[in-house]
Design a protein around this ligand. Structure first.
Ligand code: URP
Ligand code: ZN
Ligand code: ZN
Length: 461
């Protein structure tokens, strides 16, 4: 298999120039001007288009048993949606229940992905309990190439761990050089606020916000980062949504805590009024932490621009509006949490970030691809365009104009949170390790070609 991407404007985190990219097998082998066209090579004319490194979503839930149901996508539909949207690598959260062993959870997620994944993937290994057997299992999973953990300070009784378990997890993570990612919300505050709201008859989707106000998230961030500070473990905050939480994270950085920060495309472009829509429509926009007051959006954009926030993910957690969100029709605490966005992340970020002048192209590439590769140890295999890197490339047409809609999405969920939104630009051609996997919004790759990425070990301490 040989592939030549001709005459595109190559844009990475730190460079921008027009050249050809020659890919042999699964990797980029040469970059230069006017490269010869070898016989039999597949040629993509990228004139007038950008060529970006394949995008990386650092936070998805393709397979997710949660709140009494399962997220709608399979590894086939979810990763096809990812590829069409320009995402060639994703990190799925491997979330065993507290009743399950870590090793069972890991085996389950591998099994779900095998033969179905259409983009490359890794996991953040959920540590949803820490008992006598957990440490040895986690060591084995890390040795398999899973170099990051995931913990939940939220979801009392489901995935949430207590402080002793958190301490043990971070000590092990520090020893192994593993990055621990965390959902930071104080679960006790959430459950007490939920009880008061429900007792007062406040049951509609809009009350979800009141059960998880910014201080609940800020407290979670402060709590987690105190543990990170005292254990010395490298950490990463997932789905940071608001100024209060960002302030806590920056304060911790100033104390020397090694913390990466992720926000989500949803927080950048949607605000809490979407979850206040009448007729239960707001349930489409229930996720945790909740959508925030609009005033947070420019703070998050600015933090991305300034390098204070490292990544933009989706936390893709698709639950049908017709059949699954109504589990919480008379009680917002039972609405399955999540706003799907995996397919649309890049087009939304380009439209609302680059086209508005909020992000330059390099920052766009960094926050949507390169930074995640660096934080989670895939760089320069992923997140880069250079000889030796995987030939994951997005030939992006900035002149395309389109409309987001459930009608033409691949994800298996029955709604699109951005229905009818106008977008500028889209991936025209997406390659995964040297093969064209999507063209003009259609998946044309091979189902099951996506591979589990074994990441190299970190610095043990
Ligand atoms: O609402 C959300 N975020 N759903 C998915 C589970 C999680 O907390 O990441
Ligand atoms: Zn979460
Ligand atoms: Zn999540």
């Amino acid at each position: 298999m040989a592939l030549l991407i001709q005459n595109g404007e190559i844009v990475t985190g730190d460079s921008r120039y027009v050249a050809d990219i020659w890919c042999e097998g699964e990797t980029i082998t040469r970059i230069g001007k006017d490269l010869p066209v070898p016989e039999g090579a597949e040629v993509v004319d990228a004139t007038g288009k950008y060529v970006f490194p394949g995008f990386i979503d650092p936070h998805t839930h393709i397979y997710l048993p949660f709140m009494g149901t399962f997220a709608k996508d399979t590894y086939a539909t979810g990763t096809q949606a990812a590829v069409v949207g320009g995402t060639t690598t994703l990190f799925d959260m491997c979330c065993p229940s507290r009743a399950q062993e870590a090793s069972e959870g890991f085996a389950t997620w591998l099994e779900q992905a095998a033969g179905k994944a259409c983009c490359d993937y890794s996991f953040h290994m959920g540590v949803t309990k820490f008992d006598e057997g957990t440490g040895a299992q986690l060591r084995r999973i890390v040795a398999e190439g899973v170099q990051s953990f995931k913990i939940f300070l939220a979801y009392k009784g489901a995935f949430g761990i207590d402080d002793s378990e958190l301490f043990a997890t971070l000590q092990l993570a520090r020893e192994l050089g593993v990055v621990t990612t965390a959902h930071c919300e104080n679960e006790t505050l959430v459950s007490e606020l939920q009880k008061s709201l429900i007792a007062a008859g406040k049951t509609a989707p809009k009350w979800h916000y009141e059960s998880r106000p910014p201080r609940v998230e800020a407290e979670g961030v402060h709590h987690f980062l105190s543990f990170a500070e005292l254990t010395g473990a490298p950490v990463y905050i997932v789905h940071l949504s608001c100024r209060e939480a960002l302030e806590e994270a920056i304060r911790a950085r100033l104390r020397g805590v090694n913390v990466g920060i992720e926000t989500l495309i949803q927080y950048l472009v949607l605000d809490k009024t979407w979850a206040e829509k009448p007729e239960f429509e707001g349930a489409k926009y229930v996720m945790s932490p909740p959508l925030r007051d609009k005033s947070n959006q420019e703070i998050l954009w600015n933090a991305l621009r300034q390098g204070l926030i490292n990544t933009v993910g989706t936390d893709h957690a698709p639950f049908d509006f017709e059949t699954q969100k109504p589990m919480g029709l008379s009680d917002f605490t039972k609405i399955p949490n999540g706003i799907p966005a995996l397919e649309d992340r890049i087009r939304l970020l380009y439209t609302h970030g680059v086209c508005t002048g909020r992000l330059d192209l390099h920052t766009f590439v960094n926050v949507a691809s390169t930074n995640a590769a660096k934080i989670f140890r895939l760089f320069p295999q992923k997140g880069a365009i250079q000889p030796g890197s995987d030939a994951d490339l997005v030939v992006f047409d900035p002149s395309h104009r389109g409309i987001l809609s459930e009608k033409n999405q691949i994800s298996a969920v029955d709604y699109n949170a951005f229905e009818g939104w106008k977008i500028q630009g889209r991936p025209a051609v997406v390659t995964l390790r040297g093969e064209i996997a999507a063209r003009d919004g259609q998946f044309i790759g091979k189902t099951g070609r996506g591979k589990f990425l074994r990441r190299p070990p970190g610095q043990s301490k």
